[in-house]
Design a protein around this ligand. Structure first.
Ligand SMILES: [Zn+2]
Ligand SMILES: [Zn+2]
Length: 453
């Protein structure tokens, strides 16, 4: 087997220079020809005898049939449930699909195996968690960064909510299957990884402004994975095996990086907030879903543009910004905007702000003092950001969407996602930073002008 950079991080625990001990329990990463044929042996080694298999119409055809054949030949009894994929669009990971998984459940199964990547992975991981059983994943496409993850984003009452979930014991990838995934899925996986350029900048920015915990080792692991993916995008465009291997490894590493940091900081920043915001609007409007990574790619171009602007920005007049703090929109005006943007989800966003107090004058004035003092350092950080145009070009080369209109995201939604997408989570990013220095509205105007013609 080829020498892989992932090996040292499987099933590991180490004391890090950052002062913390990092752990990942994810142990079995099988990416090799005939990987699925190894499933019976792996189950035997781990002591499991009766899997409950979950797939959908597409993933069943791609890999589910093969998994069943192999288990049958090995005399391993199993229950298989194939969720019906809709005629157009993708199956949603919602209460309906979860109900179907629950109703077909084999209560005597001792392990749950999802055969699929996006929805099927999320459903299996969550169902394993709530029924207290271990979980494995047979992946069918390297399309998103949740291959190895301890949370599952599920849709409940038309809202996307992140639930705790069972991290997989093992990830099984047959390169033959992964390489033949549609280009749209390979490009989405790569775009999800390219978004990490921004995640890492946001994380460091918050470390500077808020003294948030930061780890150079974790950031370095992620940075290497992103750089390698960036070099592989031409290969992905032609379904090259090596490029798909690099991408899959980067997706797994981003899961491991989240295990290490014990949150999603290294893998989710402002670009993911843009993606989540648009996804919510799609759900409210009842429009067909767009692949997670595809939206993340578009969001990455927009937010990197903000870093590129910051790299060129003159030091603002902080005295004037402080003087104008009382002139910013009141809580009532802000809530009115949140109700307009977040519709049925507004109460959750308002409750989050009451807890997080991101926009309170006291916290703002404190951050402004730090930003003023460390302005040069912040600008130096911004200078390390890749150019938005470069990422846009790479997305284009893979045939991926690169501007909002490519996937039907309206100008209005982009304008709102830039100004209010930051309210989705209590996480400091370039969007909150631009709001802090009172430039967010102005930058939102410029971005919409440039990217939403
Ligand atoms: Zn560390
Ligand atoms: Zn992602």
């Amino acid at each position: 087997m080829q020498n892989r950079s992932i090996e040292p991080y499987l099933n590991c625990s180490f004391a890090c220079d950052c002062g913390r001990t990092h752990k990942s329990l994810f142990a079995h990463y099988i990416f090799e020809a005939g990987a699925i044929a190894k499933l019976p042996l792996l189950l035997e080694q781990l002591g499991y005898t009766r899997p409950y298999l979950i797939s959908d119409t597409h993933t069943h055809e791609i890999a589910g049939v093969m998994v069943e054949e192999i288990l049958r030949k090995a005399n391993i009894s199993f229950t298989a449930h194939v969720l019906k994929s809709p005629e157009n669009g993708d199956l949603a990971a919602d209460e309906h699909a979860l109900g179907s998984v629950a109703m077909a459940n084999d209560k005597d199964a001792d392990i749950i195996i999802s055969v699929g990547t996006g929805t099927i992975n999320d459903l299996g991981r969550y169902f394993s968690y709530i029924t207290g059983r271990p979980f494995m994943l047979v992946a069918t496409a390297p399309s998103m960064d949740g291959l190895v993850s301890g949370v599952a984003p599920l849709i409940f009452h038309n809202m996307k909510i992140t639930f705790p979930a069972q991290e997989p014991l093992a990830l099984i990838c047959d390169p033959e299957i992964m390489v033949n995934a549609p280009l749209k899925m390979l490009a989405a996986g790569a775009a999800d990884i390219l978004g990490k350029y921004n995640c890492l900048l946001d994380w460091k920015l918050s470390h500077i402004v808020n003294d948030e915990y930061y780890c150079d080792t974790i950031a370095g692991i992620m940075r290497t994975a992103v750089d390698q993916t960036m070099e592989s995008t031409k290969g992905l465009a032609v379904h090259e095996a090596k490029a798909v291997s690099v991408l899959t490894e980067a997706l797994v590493l981003s899961g491991i990086a989240m295990d290490f940091s014990e949150n999603s900081r290294p893998a989710s920043g402002a670009e993911h907030h843009q993606s989540h915001y648009w996804e919510m609007q799609f759900l409210f409007d009842g429009t067909p879903a767009v692949l997670h990574g595809t939206k993340v790619g578009i969001g990455t171009v927009l937010v990197l543009e903000l870093y590129n602007t910051l790299a060129q920005m003159e030091k603002p007049d902080f005295a004037a910004i402080r003087e104008n703090v009382s002139g910013r929109p009141s809580v009532e005006e802000w809530e009115k905007e949140i109700r307009r943007c977040y519709r049925d989800g507004a109460e959750g966003i308002i409750a989050l702000e009451q807890k997080a107090k991101k926009n309170d004058p006291e916290g703002l004035l404190h951050r402004l003092a730090v930003i003023e003092e460390r302005w040069d350092e912040i600008r130096e950080l911004a200078k390390t950001a890749p150019k938005a145009a470069e990422i846009s070009h790479v997305l284009e080369e893979m045939g991926a969407a690169k501007i909002p209109a490519d996937v039907g995201i309206s100008r209005e939604y982009v304008y709102d996602s830039i100004r209010y997408g930051k309210e989705l989570r209590d996480r400091y990013t370039i969007l909150q930073f631009m709001w802090d220095i009172d430039k967010l509205n102005e930058e939102a105007d410029k971005l919409v002008e440039k990217y939403c013609q």
